[in-house]
Design a protein around this ligand. Structure first.
Ligand code: FES
Length: 75
């Protein structure tokens, strides 16, 4: 897979999952969100967003605390 086609997911400290790249986002029934013109999205991982699955910034209001980093670094 070339880097151009790769999806990149960034774990934001105390915040959402930022997803960049060619994205298809569907619900459990396969219905797809229209992401036309959006090269990246932020997905809520705190559970407090009123616009789930998207982050609406509520993680700041609730003081969500979670950071994650890999134990091994890949090059
Ligand atoms: S991570 Fe931002 S509202 Fe949940």
């Amino acid at each position: 897979m070339s880097d151009e086609a790769a999806v990149k997911i960034i774990v934001r400290p105390n915040g959402p999952l930022r997803v960049e790249g060619p994205i298809q986002l569907t619900d459990a029934d396969g219905k797809q969100w229209d992401l036309t013109g959006k090269p990246a999205i932020s997905l809520c991982r705190c559970g407090a967003s009123a616009k789930r699955p998207f982050c609406d910034g509520s993680h700041n209001k609730i003081g969500f605390q979670c950071s994650a980093s890999p134990e091994a670094i890949l090059t």
